[in-house]
Ligand binder design. Structure first.
Ligand code: FAD
Length: 287
């Protein structure tokens, strides 16, 4: 099903999951583990599973391998992410064609952050806006885009960010998935501002059930997500017990999810960190 239809269907709330390609040593073993986790996620019948893509195509092959596993073996609707930063126009055109030839109908169109270690950095597409303009004119894919309830770290203001989002909508973006956040007030404020500025596409909140305190600290650092003292302290209490952290993560994310759906979010996008259990339990708790 194409993105446009998914979020128009009457099956709300609509759940989706995100996974990322593993890297480092014992890659094959890590991939096998991920495929087992994907099979568990599949049991929740998510509307989509999205697969991240390294900026500059750094993990192109593993990302595609996961996309193919989901599509061909697990028969699961899949949405590859695609980043245009540091890629040539020719490469981008070829990759989009490859995705279409796999009979995939949806893509998450992103700019990506410039990798520090890349030698040749093309500037053919400088922002996600240029990528979505390309998709709008040259592809049949439905595409989603990223949104930032706490503002993109490089944007001058939340209003500027929303203006870019509105332009992406004008090029045909069917929905936006948000950066992870832990304070729902930020989403409420963002959603209201979006509506005022003419952004009408579904804004799907990104939910991350915390499974490790260390990982939480790393994600906050990487994504620029702000975390309130009370949330930080809530998880800090459990930092020495993995089991208790997972339990607390499920409890926190369930409450957060319930409130977001009550506010009117059409669906939830779970940052699974490649583990099925927590996100699946959250869905069970709220349905
Ligand atoms: P853009 O739309 O081009 O930029 C986003 C916003 O940032 C713009 O609205 C603009 O206001 C502002 N902005 C950006 N750069 C500047 C600048 N230099 N000056 C002023 N304003 C600026 N990254 C990956 O590498 N792989 C992934 O698979 C991936 N998946 C993601 C999934 C989601 C749901 C989200 C929210 C993010 C994801 N990212 C991923 C991270 C994303 O690539 C970065 O946040 C990137 O910096 C911006 O990408 P974008 O598509 O939002 O870009």
């Amino acid at each position: 099903m194409k993105l446009g239809e998914i979020y128009k269907s009457k099956n709300a709330p609509i759940f989706s999951f995100e996974v990322f390609p593993p890297k480092g040593e014992e890659l094959e073993h890590k991939m096998e583990n991920l495929f087992l986790e994907l099979a568990k996620m599949n049991k929740q019948k998510p509307a989509l599973i999205s697969v991240t893509y390294g900026a500059g195509g750094s993990n192109r092959n593993t990302s595609l391998k996961i996309v193919k596993e989901l599509k061909n073996h697990l028969k699961q609707p899949v949405m590859p992410h695609f980043t245009c930063v540091c890629s040539s126009r020719e490469y981008i055109e070829k990759y989009i064609k490859e995705i279409e030839e796999l009979n995939i109908t949806n893509i998450l169109a992103l700019r990506g952050d410039e990798p520090k270690d890349i030698e040749v950095c093309y500037r053919d597409f400088k922002s996600a806006l240029e990528l979505v303009e390309y998709l709008c004119r040259h592809s049949e894919l439905d595409f989603a885009v990223a949104a930032y309830p706490e503002k993109h770290p490089k944007a001058k203001s939340l209003e500027d960010d929303i203006e870019v989002l509105r332009k992406k909508q004008d090029f045909g973006a069917k929905c936006a998935y948000t950066q992870v956040f832990f304070d729902n007030d930020r989403y409420y404020n963002f959603a209201e501002l979006c509506r005022k500025k003419g952004v009408t596409i579904p804004l799907i909140p990104g939910i991350m059930p915390v499974i490790s305190f260390k990982q939480l600290e790393r994600i906050i650092e990487l994504s620029g997500t702000k975390i309130e003292r009370r949330v930080f302290e809530y998880f800090e209490k459990y930092k020495d017990s993995k089991e208790d952290t997972i339990k607390a993560g499920i409890e926190f994310a369930s409450k957060q999810s319930q409130e977001l759906l009550k506010f009117g979010a059409l669906g939830l996008h779970f940052y699974t960190l490649n583990k099925a259990q927590s996100s699946c339990e959250v869905i069970e708790n709220i349905t």
